[in-house]
Structure formats: structure tokens, C-alpha cells
Write a protein that binds this ligand. Structure first.
Ligand SMILES: NC(=O)c1ccc[n+]([C@@H]2O[C@H](COP(=O)([O-])OP(=O)(O)OC[C@H]3O[C@@H](n4cnc5c(N)ncnc54)[C@H](OP(=O)(O)O)[C@@H]3O)[C@@H](O)[C@H]2O)c1
Length: 199
């Protein structure tokens, strides 16, 4: 049966991205090139192969527009995502946005669909597209927090980097209300603590 999973990287103080995202600083101010949060994934991929493979195994993805682009307002139609012509998703990706855009078909099976009807519609379309496979919520925290508030995430996989950032930014769990989660697994490594919770 399809499950809704979510993988998100945070600092010990809950930051998932800094402010002022730009093409030069995809993760915003105060988080370096993302290496402070994602060194495990970018610089130590082989030590974390199982966790990385689990993320990309989903049959469809949901993400917020800032995960797809540093752009704001009307679309720059020349922007085709951060990942080049063959993004790592290899599946339909439903991008939440207030600005309509035609679907964008990439190489390798990834098609970006732009959804203006809110997180429930995005999730519903992703479920249909995924068939029996899981739907993965890929971030950022603004999108994840909306789905947590709606209690629509079955399995939350936190990747907690051993850093305190103390910067202005987007924090996981802001405004989601009170939730009791069930610990369902974990692995502590020098680069990151992988912690899995179920609702
Ligand atoms: N730490 C991690 O694991 C991780 C993962 C993913 C991303 N990131 C980083 O996090 C940052 C992006 O995260 P974020 O939290 O700022 O933003 P986000 O969730 O990626 O995107 C937010 C945008 O999505 C659209 N959106 C969200 N909810 C919507 C709704 N209900 N209806 C319609 N549109 C909606 C809006 O775009 P418009 O109004 O502009 O259309 C909104 O401004 C980036 O710096 C990215 O690199 C980090």
C-alpha cells in the first residue's frame, strides 16, 4: 500500500534552510553550500547509500517551489530545475506553487507538474501517479510543515546534522501543532543522525 514518506535534513536547532535563497546559494544564508546540513549526502554518499537509495525509491514526489527554483513571482520558463536534464527523481514530481506552468518533461522519467490547488491536491495527484509505490515529500520545510499539520505524512525520516546554525531560516515543525510520533528506527553516524518516526 502506498505510504507517504518524508526525508528532510535539519540542524540540531531545527533549521532546514537559511533566508535569501538565490542561484548562488540554493540553501540560503548561513548554511554554506548546504554542506553544513548535507555533507553526509554530498561528501559521504557511500557511507549513506541505503538512506539515499530509500529516498529516491518513491514512485512520485511532492515538493515546494523553492526546492525547484530560486525564482519568485512569474516563472522564468528557461529554468528547468537545479539538477540538469536528468534529475535524480526518475518519476513524476508535483511542485506546489501559486503560479501556473505547463508540465516539464525531463530525461530519465522525471516530469515536473506544477500544482496550484494546495498540498492535498498535490498529494492526491502524486498518489495516483505512484501506483503501489510510496509518495515522497521532498521539502522544503514550508511544504513539509503543511503536510505535517494536516497529519498526512506516514513516515518522517529526519537527517539531523550535528551542527547548531542559529540563523534566521525555515524551521521544521513550525506551526504544525502537537504530534506524538512513534520512533521506528535510527542510525547514528559521525556526519548525521538518521531518525525515523511514524505517526
Ligand atoms: N534541508 C533539506 O532537507 C531541504 C530539503 C529541500 C529543500 N531545502 C531548501 O529549503 C529551501 C526551500 O524550502 P522552503 O521551505 O523555503 O520552501 P518550499 O516549501 O520548497 O517552497 C515554498 C513555495 O512553494 C509554494 N507553495 C508552498 N505551499 C503552497 C500552497 N499551499 N499553495 C501554493 N503554493 C505553495 C510557494 O511558491 P510560490 O508562491 O512562489 O509559487 C511557496 O513560496 C531551499 O533553500 C532549499 O534548498 C532543504
Amino acid at each position: 500500500m502506498t505510504q507517504v514518506t518524508c526525508d528532510i535534513g535539519i540542524s540540531l536547532d531545527g533549521v532546514s534552510a537559511g533566508v535569501n535563497q538565490s542561484r548562488e546559494q540554493p540553501f540560503g544564508d548561513g548554511v554554506g553550500d548546504g554542506e553544513l546540513l548535507h555533507a553526509w549526502m554530498f561528501e559521504h554518499a557511500e557511507s549513506h547509500r541505503a538512506e539515499i537509495d530509500t529516498i529516491t525509491a518513491a514512485g512520485a514526489f511532492v515538493m515546494g517551489r523553492h526546492m525547484f527554483t530560486p525564482g519568485r513571482g512569474e516563472w522564468d520558463l528557461g529554468w528547468r530545475g537545479w539538477w540538469g536534464e536528468d534529475p535524480p527523481y526518475h518519476a513524476p514530481v508535483f511542485v506546489l506553487t501559486h503560479h501556473e506552468r505547463e508540465p516539464l518533461e525531463m530525461e530519465g522519467g522525471t516530469t515536473f507538474h506544477f500544482v496550484t490547488g494546495g498540498p492535498q491536491e498535490a498529494l492526491e495527484r502524486a498518489r495516483e501517479a505512484a501506483g503501489d509505490r510510496d509518495v515522497s515529500v521532498a521539502g522544503g520545510a514550508t511544504t513539509v510543515n503543511q503536510l505535517l499539520a494536516l497529519d498526512l505524512i506516514d513516515e518522517l525520516r529526519l537527517h539531523v546534522a550535528p551542527v547548531v546554525l542559529d540563523v534566521a531560516g525555515v524551521r521544521l515543525f513550525d506551526g504544525v501543532g502537537q504530534h506524538r510520533l512513534r520512533p521506528a528506527g535510527g542510525r547514528i553516524t559521525p556526519e548525521v543522525a538518521h531518525l525515523t518516526y511514524r505517526r
